[in-house]
Design a protein around this ligand. Structure first.
Ligand code: GDP
Ligand code: IMO
Ligand code: MG
Length: 417
């Protein structure tokens, strides 16, 4: 197997960072293809916590190249901060696409106004992600490659940003701040800005192994998620091609990551959501507080129709099941297997937000486990595999790197393939 892609199958925070870290021990490069500092990917090496927002978590393994693809939007101050938390040696392994867009101060300013004035806010991470993608698709964006063009930051950028500030009706101070932060980004990371599409294809041609790391999750996908309560990019596997310039046809295996239950941070439909004391207990047990914003995550049960929808869209080959340890000790585990909308029994989520919010989940009790290992969890895993038709290849049993069971096709004679 040469190339793997890891994607989230819920509303983000499934534990993608940890799964990528587990699989990264045997690859040559890890690649992000969308999103930006809205992502927060956590890895525990021993008891030391590492959180990355732009840089793929595989960077934590020595010798691996970390590539920030063209589909990303880069927030200069955040990326610089992230780089400072790593070693100078690690910096030499980070490559940023010249076509990735820059998140600028006016994006944050616009987003704050939109969220404050909306009759129903989305509950975004307020990292300027939506407005940055709006500028990209409105053909008014600034790209990483622009920053390293001679004279661009010093002579051209301010006028460009002032024009955007005037059009968008935000303070012209944003333009001044934009030039300052872009100058810092160019000076600190300009030498790492390259044509990453060329690099990826060259690595493929020379037999190198690539691992693609999705951010967010399929239910936050701009096209396929619970629109408009979504992010502004394509986190699903379908986004890999446009977000990296690497043909998805070359990717051999797609791993879909799901928790053994479900969470969502921000607003929007969540059919399997639970509230009250049971929810508080699950949130505490799972440490369900946002990695990027610290917000309490909404919690609910594993949702099989949603999982099947995401698995099909992402053409999943196997599941990575995370946070199984959080549910240890229950005789049974509630799982949503369908929805009722009035008299109608649905097998998949309806189109409109109103209907998605109106559905009543059909809950079944599946076998629980008293300890978190593959044997004790076998009945649950078999039930999941039968309901979805997709095998579990990775079982994450704790937050640390070594708390994991790895099955076919990633296990070869006791080693990660
Ligand atoms: P990501 O955005 O998908 O990478 O996920 P986050 O890092 O935002 O959130 C997942 C959280 O769960 C992090 O705090 C991880 O350290 C933690 N985590 C990942 N896998 C497991 C697991 O199997 N068990 C437990 N208890 N925690 C886990
Ligand atoms: P990772 O990669 C969880 C959510 C926000 C909000 C919606 C839109 O860590 O899984 P945005 O700032 O993207 O415009 O917000 O998407 N959201 C995430 N939720 N994990 C994430 O990333 C998220 N990135 C965005 O809470 O509901
Ligand atoms: Mg996260």
């Amino acid at each position: 197997m040469q190339h793997i892609c890891v994607v989230g199958l819920n509303w983000g925070d499934e534990g993608k960072g940890k799964i990528v870290d587990v699989l990264a021990s045997d690859v040559d490069a890890v690649v992000r293809y969308q999103g930006g500092a809205n992502a927060g990917h956590t890895v525990y090496i021993g008891d030391v916590r590492h959180v990355l927002h732009h840089i793929p978590t595989g960077i934590l393994h020595g010798g691996i190249q970390a590539i920030l693809g063209n589909g990303m939007v880069i927030e200069p101050a955040k990326l610089i901060e992230e780089v400072e938390s790593l070693s100078e040696e690690a910096l030499s392994r980070i490559w940023i696409s010249d076509r990735a867009h820059v998140v600028l101060p006016h994006h944050g300013a616009v987003e704050r106004i939109l969220e404050e004035q909306a009759s129903r806010p989305i509950g975004t991470t307020l990292r300027g992600i939506g407005p940055a993608y709006q500028d990209k698709f409105g053909r008014s964006g600034v790209r990483m490659g622009d920053l390293v063009q001679p004279g661009f930051v010093d002579d051209v950028l301010e006028a460009r940003l002032l024009e955007r500030c005037r059009v968008l009706g935000v303070s012209e101070q944003c333009a001044t701040e934009g030039v300052q932060i872009c100058t810092q980004l160019r000076d600190r990371l300009g030498s790492q800005v390259i044509d990453t599409c060329h690099l990826l294809n060259e690595m493929h041609a020379t037999g190198k192994k690539l691992l693609f790391e999705g951010a967010q999750g399929c239910m936050l996908d701009i096209d396929f998620g619970t629109y408009p309560f979504v992010t502004s990019s394509s986190p699903s596997f379908l986004g890999v091609g446009t977000g990296s310039g690497f043909s998805p046809r070359k990717i051999d295996h797609v791993v879909g990551v799901t928790k053994a239950y479900c969470t969502r941070v921000g607003e929007g439909p969540f059919p399997s959501e639970i509230t009250g004391e049971a929810a508080d207990a699950l949130r505490e047990a799972g440490g369900e507080f946002g990695t990027t914003t610290g917000r309490p995550r909404r919690v609910g049960w594993l949702d099989i129709p949603m999982l099947c929808y995401c698995a099909a869209l992402n053409d999943i080959d196997s599941f990575a099941l995370t946070k199984a340890d959080v549910l240890t000790g229950r005789d049974t585990v509630p799982v949503v297997t369908g929805y009722r909308l009035g008299e109608e029994l649905l097998e998949s989520l309806p189109f409109s937000v109103a209907d998605m919010e109106a559905v009543e989940p059909v809950v079944e009790q599946w076998p629980g486990w008293n300890q978190v290992d593959e044997r004790a969890m076998q009945p649950f895993i078999e039930r999941l595999e039968a309901a979805t038709g997709i095998p579990v290849s990775i079982l994450s049993t704790g937050k640390r790197r070594d708390e994991v069971c790895i099955f076919s096709p990633f296990q070869v004679e006791g080693e990660v393939a």
